[in-house]
Design a protein around this ligand. Structure first.
Ligand code: HEM
Length: 229
Protein backbone atom coordinates (compact mmCIF):
# COMPACT_ATOMS: atom_id res chain seq x y z
CA UNK A 1 0.00 0.00 0.00
CA UNK A 2 1.28 3.46 -0.84
CA UNK A 3 2.49 5.66 2.06
CA UNK A 4 -0.13 7.98 3.49
CA UNK A 5 0.95 11.50 2.50
CA UNK A 6 1.86 13.74 5.46
CA UNK A 7 -0.76 16.38 6.23
CA UNK A 8 0.02 19.73 4.64
CA UNK A 9 1.97 22.00 6.99
CA UNK A 10 2.07 25.75 7.08
CA UNK A 11 5.28 27.58 6.18
CA UNK A 12 5.88 28.47 9.84
CA UNK A 13 5.50 24.84 10.90
CA UNK A 14 7.85 23.76 8.15
CA UNK A 15 10.41 26.38 9.18
CA UNK A 16 10.09 25.32 12.83
CA UNK A 17 10.62 21.66 11.90
CA UNK A 18 13.65 22.57 9.83
CA UNK A 19 15.15 24.53 12.72
CA UNK A 20 14.14 21.96 15.36
CA UNK A 21 15.77 19.12 13.47
CA UNK A 22 19.05 21.02 13.35
CA UNK A 23 19.11 23.03 16.61
CA UNK A 24 17.10 20.69 18.88
CA UNK A 25 14.66 23.44 19.95
CA UNK A 26 12.13 20.99 21.41
CA UNK A 27 14.82 19.32 23.53
CA UNK A 28 16.00 22.72 24.84
CA UNK A 29 12.40 23.71 25.65
CA UNK A 30 11.72 20.39 27.44
CA UNK A 31 14.98 20.56 29.43
CA UNK A 32 14.56 24.13 30.60
CA UNK A 33 10.83 24.82 30.80
CA UNK A 34 8.83 21.60 30.53
CA UNK A 35 10.93 19.57 32.99
CA UNK A 36 9.12 17.74 35.78
CA UNK A 37 9.14 19.62 39.09
CA UNK A 38 7.89 18.45 42.49
CA UNK A 39 4.71 19.94 43.92
CA UNK A 40 5.87 23.17 45.49
CA UNK A 41 4.39 26.37 46.90
CA UNK A 42 4.56 30.10 46.13
CA UNK A 43 7.85 30.53 47.98
CA UNK A 44 9.49 28.53 45.19
CA UNK A 45 8.69 31.31 42.70
CA UNK A 46 11.05 33.74 44.47
CA UNK A 47 14.08 32.53 42.46
CA UNK A 48 12.30 33.07 39.14
CA UNK A 49 11.00 36.45 40.34
CA UNK A 50 14.60 37.41 41.20
CA UNK A 51 15.78 36.26 37.77
CA UNK A 52 13.08 38.18 35.90
CA UNK A 53 13.72 41.34 37.92
CA UNK A 54 17.49 41.03 37.33
CA UNK A 55 16.84 40.78 33.57
CA UNK A 56 14.54 43.81 33.77
CA UNK A 57 17.27 45.73 35.60
CA UNK A 58 19.60 44.86 32.72
CA UNK A 59 17.10 46.17 30.19
CA UNK A 60 16.30 49.45 32.00
CA UNK A 61 20.03 49.90 32.75
CA UNK A 62 20.86 49.53 29.05
CA UNK A 63 18.24 52.16 28.22
CA UNK A 64 19.69 54.54 30.84
CA UNK A 65 23.17 54.30 29.28
CA UNK A 66 21.75 55.93 26.14
CA UNK A 67 21.63 59.30 27.97
CA UNK A 68 23.73 58.89 31.13
CA UNK A 69 27.23 60.41 31.00
CA UNK A 70 29.71 59.00 33.57
CA UNK A 71 31.82 62.11 34.18
CA UNK A 72 31.79 64.36 37.28
CA UNK A 73 30.71 67.47 35.36
CA UNK A 74 27.96 65.75 33.34
CA UNK A 75 26.61 62.84 35.41
CA UNK A 76 24.22 64.84 37.61
CA UNK A 77 22.87 66.89 34.68
CA UNK A 78 22.44 63.82 32.50
CA UNK A 79 20.23 62.28 35.20
CA UNK A 80 18.18 65.49 35.40
CA UNK A 81 17.84 65.37 31.63
CA UNK A 82 16.64 61.74 31.75
CA UNK A 83 14.10 62.60 34.46
CA UNK A 84 12.71 65.79 32.89
CA UNK A 85 13.32 65.77 29.13
CA UNK A 86 13.59 62.22 27.80
CA UNK A 87 10.25 60.59 26.89
CA UNK A 88 9.44 58.08 29.67
CA UNK A 89 12.91 58.70 31.11
CA UNK A 90 11.37 59.15 34.58
CA UNK A 91 9.69 55.75 34.21
CA UNK A 92 12.82 53.90 33.08
CA UNK A 93 14.93 55.51 35.80
CA UNK A 94 12.22 54.92 38.42
CA UNK A 95 11.99 51.27 37.45
CA UNK A 96 15.77 50.89 37.65
CA UNK A 97 15.99 52.78 40.96
CA UNK A 98 13.18 50.93 42.77
CA UNK A 99 14.00 47.68 40.98
CA UNK A 100 17.45 47.74 42.60
CA UNK A 101 15.92 47.91 46.08
CA UNK A 102 13.34 45.26 45.27
CA UNK A 103 16.06 42.99 43.87
CA UNK A 104 17.97 43.07 47.16
CA UNK A 105 14.74 42.27 49.05
CA UNK A 106 13.85 39.41 46.67
CA UNK A 107 17.33 37.89 46.76
CA UNK A 108 17.21 37.85 50.57
CA UNK A 109 13.71 36.32 50.66
CA UNK A 110 14.78 33.70 48.10
CA UNK A 111 17.84 32.90 50.21
CA UNK A 112 15.75 32.66 53.37
CA UNK A 113 13.39 30.22 51.65
CA UNK A 114 16.34 28.10 50.47
CA UNK A 115 17.66 28.13 54.04
CA UNK A 116 14.35 27.20 55.69
CA UNK A 117 13.75 24.24 53.37
CA UNK A 118 17.36 23.08 53.94
CA UNK A 119 18.21 23.46 50.24
CA UNK A 120 21.85 24.17 51.18
CA UNK A 121 22.31 20.47 52.07
CA UNK A 122 23.40 17.59 49.85
CA UNK A 123 23.11 17.54 46.85
CA UNK A 124 22.49 21.30 46.53
CA UNK A 125 25.61 22.70 48.22
CA UNK A 126 26.86 24.18 44.96
CA UNK A 127 23.47 25.74 44.17
CA UNK A 128 23.68 27.42 47.58
CA UNK A 129 27.31 28.52 47.08
CA UNK A 130 26.70 29.98 43.61
CA UNK A 131 23.68 31.73 45.16
CA UNK A 132 25.95 33.17 47.87
CA UNK A 133 28.20 34.62 45.17
CA UNK A 134 25.10 36.08 43.46
CA UNK A 135 24.05 37.73 46.71
CA UNK A 136 27.45 39.46 46.93
CA UNK A 137 27.26 40.48 43.28
CA UNK A 138 23.78 42.00 43.75
CA UNK A 139 25.09 44.00 46.73
CA UNK A 140 28.16 45.25 44.82
CA UNK A 141 25.86 46.12 41.93
CA UNK A 142 23.71 48.23 44.27
CA UNK A 143 26.72 49.91 45.88
CA UNK A 144 28.40 50.75 42.56
CA UNK A 145 25.12 52.06 41.09
CA UNK A 146 24.48 54.31 44.09
CA UNK A 147 27.38 56.61 43.15
CA UNK A 148 26.32 57.11 39.53
CA UNK A 149 23.74 59.96 40.03
CA UNK A 150 26.71 61.93 41.45
CA UNK A 151 24.60 63.91 43.93
CA UNK A 152 25.46 64.71 47.56
CA UNK A 153 23.87 61.52 48.90
CA UNK A 154 25.72 59.39 46.36
CA UNK A 155 29.06 61.09 47.00
CA UNK A 156 28.94 60.84 50.79
CA UNK A 157 27.49 57.33 50.86
CA UNK A 158 30.38 56.18 48.69
CA UNK A 159 32.89 58.08 50.83
CA UNK A 160 31.58 56.33 53.95
CA UNK A 161 31.23 52.94 52.23
CA UNK A 162 34.74 52.99 50.83
CA UNK A 163 36.11 54.16 54.21
CA UNK A 164 34.89 50.81 55.56
CA UNK A 165 37.11 49.07 52.98
CA UNK A 166 39.98 51.24 54.22
CA UNK A 167 39.44 49.95 57.77
CA UNK A 168 40.55 46.41 56.86
CA UNK A 169 43.70 45.63 58.90
CA UNK A 170 47.09 45.95 57.12
CA UNK A 171 45.85 46.05 53.48
CA UNK A 172 43.05 48.59 54.13
CA UNK A 173 44.83 51.72 52.80
CA UNK A 174 45.90 49.86 49.64
CA UNK A 175 42.38 48.51 49.07
CA UNK A 176 40.96 51.98 49.60
CA UNK A 177 43.22 53.41 46.90
CA UNK A 178 42.30 50.60 44.52
CA UNK A 179 38.56 51.04 45.10
CA UNK A 180 38.66 54.86 44.85
CA UNK A 181 41.38 55.07 42.23
CA UNK A 182 43.07 57.73 44.41
CA UNK A 183 42.87 59.19 47.91
CA UNK A 184 39.42 60.77 47.51
CA UNK A 185 36.19 59.83 45.76
CA UNK A 186 36.55 61.56 42.37
CA UNK A 187 36.45 61.20 38.60
CA UNK A 188 38.42 57.94 38.63
CA UNK A 189 36.09 56.47 41.27
CA UNK A 190 33.09 57.35 39.10
CA UNK A 191 34.70 55.76 36.01
CA UNK A 192 35.68 52.69 38.04
CA UNK A 193 32.22 52.25 39.58
CA UNK A 194 30.55 52.78 36.20
CA UNK A 195 32.79 50.11 34.64
CA UNK A 196 31.97 47.73 37.49
CA UNK A 197 28.26 48.51 37.29
CA UNK A 198 27.67 48.14 33.57
CA UNK A 199 30.32 45.64 32.54
CA UNK A 200 32.27 43.63 35.13
CA UNK A 201 29.50 42.74 37.58
CA UNK A 202 26.83 41.99 34.91
CA UNK A 203 29.28 39.79 32.96
CA UNK A 204 30.35 37.85 36.06
CA UNK A 205 26.71 37.65 37.27
CA UNK A 206 25.57 36.24 33.91
CA UNK A 207 28.14 33.45 34.21
CA UNK A 208 27.21 32.69 37.85
CA UNK A 209 23.45 32.79 37.10
CA UNK A 210 24.11 30.32 34.26
CA UNK A 211 25.91 28.01 36.71
CA UNK A 212 23.09 28.44 39.30
CA UNK A 213 20.45 27.57 36.68
CA UNK A 214 22.47 24.65 35.32
CA UNK A 215 22.62 23.17 38.82
CA UNK A 216 18.90 23.74 39.39
CA UNK A 217 18.05 21.98 36.14
CA UNK A 218 20.57 19.17 36.71
CA UNK A 219 19.77 18.43 40.37
CA UNK A 220 16.22 19.78 40.54
CA UNK A 221 14.67 21.80 43.32
CA UNK A 222 13.86 20.47 46.76
CA UNK A 223 10.24 19.65 47.46
CA UNK A 224 8.82 21.41 50.53
CA UNK A 225 8.91 18.89 53.40
CA UNK A 226 5.62 17.32 54.52
CA UNK A 227 4.24 17.78 58.03
CA UNK A 228 5.40 14.25 59.00
CA UNK A 229 8.88 14.42 57.47
C1 HEM B 1 20.54 36.99 41.30
C2 HEM B 1 20.28 36.15 42.27
C3 HEM B 1 19.59 34.80 42.15
C4 HEM B 1 18.84 34.27 41.12
C5 HEM B 1 18.49 34.93 39.78
C6 HEM B 1 18.41 32.94 41.53
C7 HEM B 1 17.59 32.10 40.79
C8 HEM B 1 17.08 30.90 41.25
C9 HEM B 1 16.00 30.13 40.64
C10 HEM B 1 15.24 30.53 39.38
C11 HEM B 1 15.80 29.01 41.38
C12 HEM B 1 14.77 27.87 41.15
C13 HEM B 1 13.41 28.25 41.75
C14 HEM B 1 13.40 28.44 43.25
O1 HEM B 1 13.68 27.49 44.02
O2 HEM B 1 13.10 29.57 43.68
C15 HEM B 1 16.78 29.03 42.46
C16 HEM B 1 16.96 28.05 43.41
C17 HEM B 1 17.89 28.06 44.42
N1 HEM B 1 18.69 29.13 44.79
FE1 HEM B 1 18.81 30.89 43.78
N2 HEM B 1 18.93 32.68 42.79
C18 HEM B 1 19.65 33.79 43.20
C19 HEM B 1 20.28 33.96 44.43
C20 HEM B 1 20.43 32.96 45.38
C21 HEM B 1 21.02 33.12 46.70
C22 HEM B 1 21.54 34.44 47.26
C23 HEM B 1 21.04 31.89 47.30
C24 HEM B 1 21.58 31.50 48.65
C25 HEM B 1 22.71 31.89 49.15
C26 HEM B 1 20.42 30.96 46.37
C27 HEM B 1 20.29 29.61 46.59
C28 HEM B 1 19.44 28.78 45.89
C29 HEM B 1 19.15 27.41 46.24
C30 HEM B 1 19.80 26.60 47.39
C31 HEM B 1 18.19 26.95 45.32
C32 HEM B 1 17.53 25.58 45.29
C33 HEM B 1 16.23 25.76 46.06
C34 HEM B 1 15.51 24.47 46.31
O3 HEM B 1 15.91 23.46 45.76
O4 HEM B 1 14.55 24.51 47.10
N3 HEM B 1 20.04 31.64 45.23
N4 HEM B 1 17.53 30.20 42.37
Amino acid sequence: MADVPAPPTSRTQALFRWLDERAGLTTIWRTIFARPVPKTNWFYTLGSATLILALLQGLTGMLLTVYYVPSPDKAYDSIQYIMNEVAFGWLIRGMHHWGATLLVVLVFLHMLKAFFVGAYKYPREMTWLTGGVLLLLVLVMGFSGYLLPWNQKAYWATTVGTNIVGAVPVVGPLLLRIVRGGQEVGAVTLARFYGLHIWWIPAISAAVVAAHMYLIIRIGISAPPDRDE
